[in-house]
Design a protein around this ligand. Structure first.
Ligand SMILES: Nc1ncnc2c1ncn2[C@@H]1O[C@H](COP(=O)(O)OP(=O)(O)OP(=O)(O)O)[C@@H](O)[C@H]1O
Ligand SMILES: [Mg+2]
Length: 293
């Protein structure tokens, strides 16, 4: 997309400083995010990990300005490819669904049940590039489904969400996110609603997309196994704050904080760090997950 702001070699895809998000409750104001500072560079995966309620999704939704009414960003800066999206209220519309795309948590509810996969995907394509003709959008939809390894793309386009498995639906949502050729993907628990073998295939796909396109990924998870597999950098979040940040290997192998050790303790079967991150996960369980019916 030529009209999109491009990150230069020196500009981060995402640069967040001192982000504060507050929640208005009947009993007063609660800080859901309390001074988050982090960056995501081209081709990098940066993960925010933390227990439920620690503020991970609120951070992501604050960046994208998709917060529910009772939550508000009260201070901080958020730059997407150098564009300050908090300062200029219209700026987020230039980048959301274009430079930066969201992969939602629950593939089962993220799509409309009454519209075919094809009509939802071609709509995303035409939003990303309004001049695309209907026939070109259909051809592009098939290309996108093929790029996320969905077999028989033309036949899948005619189906409705309930006819696909959770893993296949998540692939469709990733294809939708890719419609605008985003430089940055924000993935909020993209695999937590899926079976373990299907999870591995989706994580592998995200890493493949990153390798091929240089996409930056902001990954949100409560699962340190996922974080360990995909991340360059991990930020550990607790009560709206980062309590520990660093290279993935350091956080996993030598955590400083008791809280991080507890998150690590939640998965008993960690192997040594030096194994290839994608080797064990290149399972492509397409035949089983391809068709629900
Ligand atoms: N719409 C909302 N209404 C009320 N409180 C909210 C809302 N969204 C978030 N919160 C509160 O904000 C805080 C952070 O929530 P958030 O959803 O960001 O956590 P999370 O780390 O994403 O958790 P999870 O792993 O369960 O998704 C929590 O205290 C939560 O209760
Ligand atoms: Mg969340």
């Amino acid at each position: 997309m030529s009209a999109q702001p491009e990150a230069t070699a020196t500009t981060d895809l995402l640069d967040v400083r001192d982000l504060v998000v507050e929640l208005m409750t009947d009993n007063g104001i609660v800080r859901a995010v309390d001074g988050a500072t982090f960056r995501v560079g081209r081709g990098e995966t940066v993960t925010i990990i933390g227990e439920s309620g620690s503020g991970k999704s609120t951070t992501a939704m604050g960046i994208l300005q998709l917060l529910p009414k009772d939550l508000a960003v009260v201070s901080g800066t958020v730059k997407v490819t150098g564009l300050d999206v908090l300062k200029d209220r219209k700026a987020i519309n230039k980048v959301r669904g274009r430079t930066v795309a969201l992969i939602p948590q629950d593939p089962m509810t993220a799509l409309s049940p009454v519209l075919s996969i094809g009509s939802q995907l071609t709509e995303a394509i035409r939003i990303a590039s309004r001049s695309t003709s209907k026939s070109r959008a259909t051809a592009r939809a098939e290309e996108l489904l093929a790029s996320v390894h969905i077999p028989e793309p033309a036949a899948q386009l005619r189906k409705y969400p309930h006819q696909l498995s959770g893993g296949m639906l998540q692939r469709v949502l990733i294809a939708m996110a890719l419609a605008s050729e985003p430089q940055l993907l924000i993935a909020d628990e993209p695999t937590s609603a899926l079976d373990v073998t299907v999870q591995a295939g989706i994580l592998d796909l995200l890493l493949e997309i990153q390798e091929q396109r240089g996409t930056g990924i902001l990954m949100i998870t409560h699962d340190i196994g996922v974080a360990r597999l995909v991340s360059d950098t991990i930020h550990v979040m607790k009560n709206g704050r980062f309590v520990e940040s660093g290279p993935a290997a350091t956080i996993v192998d030598a955590p400083r904080e008791e809280y991080t050790r507890k998150l690590l303790g939640a998965i008993p079967q960690l192997g040594p760090w030096d194994e290839s991150p994608t080797q064990d996960t290149a399972v492509e369980p397409l035949p089983q997950e391809a068709h629900r019916d």
